[in-house]
Design a protein around this ligand. Structure first.
Ligand SMILES: [Zn+2]
Ligand SMILES: [Zn+2]
Length: 323
């Protein structure tokens, strides 16, 4: 499924099988998660280095062919995340912050991704996946899980945790946070009772309207929904010294707000991408929680419908293409 340009529907296409070069693997795709970022790319809010492009950056499949020194054997099950390549020599790469590498290339943005039967990836950026997760259950771990985990880590050891936007990332990170002994409060679109019930079912002690009052002060808030008006709402909900972390790649403009909301040492920050270390840590942690992903599955040809269901909030948990 090919994106020719922003604003255009995905187009089914028959492409030649990609050949892996040195250090690369060709993967037969079994499942690929659908991410909010894919909508931002389609809407032209996130732009990569080339078009047309095959979207999809939460890929689970098996290695079908491997170039020299690819690091993964034929037949191995691997996961391919958003971070597809980094330069390895810039100041960010050399200081453990490859997520900020200015030359980084991203799967499904700069490199053809997993809305396809086959894809090629740099073996250094592919990961073995924990057993006990079926392919379709593992796919959402690769972005919603990984970047959600980085978002949680940047919130520090907050006990009372607000999760704004309870979708693919929210429902995974809720489970991690509860396993760490935190208290979780879920903030959804107004009146979204299905998602609020889903959050309570997963163990959130409260679920309600994101723009309404919080039931008590929070120590941190994670924002996974791409709505800028949530930033002042979350700042108003966190206690002095609390942190608000924006976990998405794009957000609508943040409305102006009084300095009082930030004062008292509240912290507002974003999260960008992931490092390979985040992936190793989270993929080690997920089976120990254990994280149970809720997925709604679609065929590859229905990728466009999956994206529109995600946009409209018509599903709980994560959308996954199954091949
Ligand atoms: Zn770099
Ligand atoms: Zn993503």
């Amino acid at each position: 499924m090919v994106l020719d340009a922003p604003g255009r529907p995905l187009r089914p296409a028959e492409l030649p099988d990609p050949e892996p070069g040195p250090g690369q693997v060709r993967v037969r795709v079994h499942a690929c998660g659908v991410c909010r970022t894919d909508l931002h790319i389609i809407d032209g809010e996130v732009r990569g280095s080339r078009l047309p492009i095959v979207l999809g950056h939460q890929i689970v499949g098996t290695v079908e062919a491997a170039g020299e020194d690819a690091g993964h054997a034929t037949g191995a099950r691997v996961g391919i995340p958003w971070l597809g390549w980094t330069c390895g020599v810039c100041r960010y790469c050399r200081s453990g912050r490859e997520n900020l590498c200015p030359r980084a290339r991203f799967t499904g943005l700069d490199i053809d991704g997993g809305y396809a039967e086959r894809t090629v990836a740099d073996g250094r950026f592919c990961f073995g996946l924990p057993e006990g997760f079926a392919d379709l259950e593992a796919a959402p771990l690769l972005c919603a899980g990984l970047i959600g985990f980085r978002t949680l880590r940047l919130a520090g050891d907050a006990e009372r945790l607000g999760i704004y936007g309870f979708g693919a990332a929210g429902h995974i990170i809720c489970q991690v946070a509860l396993a760490e002994g935190r208290r979780v409060f879920a903030f959804t679109r107004a009146g979204d009772e299905a998602t609020q019930a889903f959050a309570r079912e997963l163990g959130a002690e409260w679920a309600g309207d994101a723009l309404g009052p919080a039931p008590e002060e929070l120590d941190a808030a994670l924002i996974f929904a791409p709505a800028g008006e949530l930033v002042p709402a979350a700042l108003a909900a966190v206690a002095p010294g609390g942190t608000v972390v924006c976990g998405g790649i794009h957000m609508s403009d943040i409305p102006s707000f009084p300095y009082e909301l930030l004062w008292h040492e509240r912290v507002l920050r974003s999260v960008a991408n992931l490092t390979r270390r985040d992936a190793e840590e989270f993929l080690d942690l997920a089976p120990r929680v254990p994280v149970r992903t809720r997925v709604t599955t679609y065929g590859l040809a229905d990728a466009g419908r999956a994206l529109e269901d995600l946009r409209a909030g018509r599903l709980e948990g994560a959308a996954v293409l199954v091949l």
